[in-house]
Design a protein around this ligand. Structure first.
Ligand code: FMN
Length: 178
């Protein structure tokens, strides 16, 4: 099984990227997780929609060929970062590669509320006409990793046992849904 991760932070020391990489390692027996590069996408422009360029075409191809998508996002000002919204806007047009695609959502923050507001916005966006992705119901399945500086080790690996146990449960439910 193949999954593509879209990470909403471009920062070198990103905690959200650390989660994607931790999951890549932890679940390698269950699925291949390839991490997409959304930092090189151009700004979405309707004028370019029919010929969007190589980076957009590559992302669409990766998603088309994947069984599922994993979106890991920080919260910026109570919503998702612009770089992630930009990627989703590209993916919502032309060949709409996210329609009916299973999408798992997660977010990491050093703060208290664990990206809950960003994830609520993300769920609305994923329900829009051009995206219409399939997600697990929010209740019981929200991967909200708060106070994250204490939950990853110095090499960026997620080590908090309670979080790992919960993650395993949600990932299993997601794989069943697929
Ligand atoms: C522009 C900006 C806005 C932010 N807004 C929020 C916010 O609304 N809620 C929150 O929990 N953290 C907020 N943060 C803090 C981020 O959660 C924190 O920087 C986090 O580490 C970013 O994710 P990353 O480590 O994957 O880059 C914000 C950070 C930035 C740079």
């Amino acid at each position: 099984m193949k999954m593509i991760a879209i990470v909403g932070s471009l920062r070198k020391g990103s905690l959200n990227m650390a989660l994607a990489k931790s999951m890549q390692e932890r679940y390698q027996g269950k699925f291949d997780l390839e991490i997409a590069d959304i930092g090189t996408l151009p700004y979405y422009n309707t004028d370019d929609e029919e010929h969007p360029g190589d980076t957009v075409l590559k992302l669409k191809k990766q998603i088309n060929e994947a069984d599922a998508v994993f979106i890991v996002t920080p919260e910026y000002n109570w919503s998702i970062p612009g770089v992630l919204k930009n990627a989703l806007d590209w993916l919502s047009r032309g060949d709409k590669v996210l329609i009916n695609k299973p999408v798992l959502i997660a977010g990491v923050t050093p703060a208290m509320l664990g990206t809950v507001r960003a994830q609520l916005h993300l769920r609305e966006i994923l329900s829009s006409l051009g995206i219409s992705a399939r997600t697990l119901p929010a209740g019981g399945n929200e991967i909200l990793i708060n106070m994250a500086n204490d939950k990853f080790d110095a090499s960026g690996r997620l080590v908090d046992q309670n979080t790992l146990t919960f993650l395993d449960q949600v990932v299993d439910k997601f794989l069943q849904m697929i």
